[in-house]
Design a binder for this molecule. Structure first.
Ligand SMILES: [Cu+2]
Length: 168
């Protein structure tokens, strides 16, 4: 007589049933774990980006002094951001070959043409510097993104403008 255990079909069926039950129990848990992992990863990346913004080279407080070199046709700042709502000492040197000017347009103003710059758009004008001359002044601005411009005719349209962030 053949023993019942020798029949492969009889021993195989309970195993498959057990296996399927195991999958039914754990498959949803695996899916939930994967979803939670993705969420955790997204949150971690966002937190990391926030941290970078806060501790990066553009400090949240901004610099309390600014040095600028003016030339044809550019402004070169020693810092991309200055502090908001406080007196910021500005020292600017004309390293170019013609007279230049240091003025600031109101936050957000970005005229396409210097003909569109009117007095109401200018929030600060620190004066005109001759070649080789260094002048100083003070900027006290609210937080925002500003354009520093040269008001000597033709210079703005030659590209003499630069972004300056004022950070709270
Ligand atoms: Cu200029």
């Amino acid at each position: 007589m053949d023993p019942p255990a020798a029949d492969p079909a009889v021993t195989h069926i309970p195993y498959k049933t057990q296996n399927a039950a195991w999958l039914n129990l754990f498959a949803p848990l695996v899916v939930v774990s994967l979803v939670l992992s993705v969420i955790a990863l997204v949150v971690a990346v966002n937190v990391d980006q926030t941290t970078v913004v806060q501790s990066g080279p553009v400090a949240a407080t901004g610099a309390t002094s600014l040095t600028a070199e003016l030339g044809e046709w550019e402004f070169v700042f020693d810092s991309p951001a200055i502090a908001a709502d406080t007196d910021v000492a500005v020292t600017f040197s004309n390293v170019g070959n013609v007279e230049h000017n240091f003025a600031v347009l109101r936050s957000g103003a970005d005229p396409a043409d210097e003909e569109r710059i009117d007095d109401g758009m200018i929030v600060a004008d620190l004066g005109d510097a001759q070649p080789g001359e260094t002048l100083s002044g003070t900027l006290t601005l609210g937080a925002g993104n500003y354009l520093v411009v040269c008001l000597i005719p033709g210079h703005f349209n030659s590209g003499m403008k630069a972004e300056l962030q004022v950070a709270a």
